[in-house]
Design a protein around this ligand. Sequence first.
Ligand SMILES: [Zn+2]
Length: 384
Amino acid sequence: MSGSPLPPLAVTTVGSWPRPPELLRAQRAYRAGRLPAADFQRAADEAVLEVLRLQDEAGVDLVTDGEQRRDNFYSFVADKLSGVKLMTLAEMLEVVEDKAGFERILQTLDVPAYSISNPTCVGKIERRAPLAVDELKFVQRHTSKPVKVPLPGPYLLTRAMFVREVTAPHYPSREELGNDVVRVLRDEVEELLQAGADFIQFDEPVLTELVFTQGRTRTFMCAALAAGKDPAWELELAVQLNNRVVEGFEGRGARFGLHVCRGNWSQDESTLLRGSYHPLRPYLERLKVHQLVLEYATERAGDLLPFEGKELGLGVVNPRTERVEPAAEVRASIDRALRLFPAGRLFVNPDCGFGTFSNRPVNSAQIALAKMKVVSEVARAARS
Ligand SMILES: [Zn+2]
């Protein structure tokens, strides 16, 4: 590992941080072809430096770049992979056969659906550019702390990118697309390890959709695609894809984590999914990752569960609310978790990212900072 070692109850974030207005302006101009890539990257560099400064101020032990260069946690791959095209939901509505079903999904999403784009597979996928190696290297030049790199998980990517009407000419099935997604992610992991990544986190939010909606309305946009088989089959595919990505890399000095939440697109808690991790547990326990990064700060997440042989990244604050959780509340969550996990196998983090979608962050940088300060203070106190 490249950075200094992590303390017990290491404080980290799930990944994203709200982008500043200058960066959002630069991002829009860059996407519209009005700003050269180098100028966009310069604006992003500034934003990452600020996010690093804020994490230092907040006492975060394991830092990220706040995903400042990405438009969101998964669609940024369209810029990096050949064979993948960003399609607006309006464009997708034109190609999908089940238009009525797709429109119903758009209506139930509490997001500005027409402003979000999906990375859609329209050809054989190849890694034209690293997904995150450049992000990692920039952060490493500006911090002495260990660095976490979030990546979209292979199941999420396969699920989102497979839009049968345009993907099937290149990949007849999701499993075949999945094979290439695994290959691309393994290449990325290899380079991240060579560059000294301390923690690689795969984001697989859609796993909860499989168990908590059970044939009712789809909630995640990407889960709306690729008409699902039964949940057990889907979860098995998710386990297989994730395990194939990390296979053989376990002893290379970095931690692997998998993040699962119940949606992080709305401040209206009632639109987000609800249910314990219990039905996912047999699958999560079979993942060859060191750590599960799970949300536990809302009652929607149900009871805290032990996970055999795993570390837990414990969600202790809600990234979507204005209310800054009092120290006593965070302390109570940590104390509860300490009954199931030793301090050395427990990390503390918010339930999910504070940014997620660049054009619609779930919180402000000021509140994110205030929440992370409480988390660090409580973790420090609990260590001693
Ligand atoms: Zn999340």
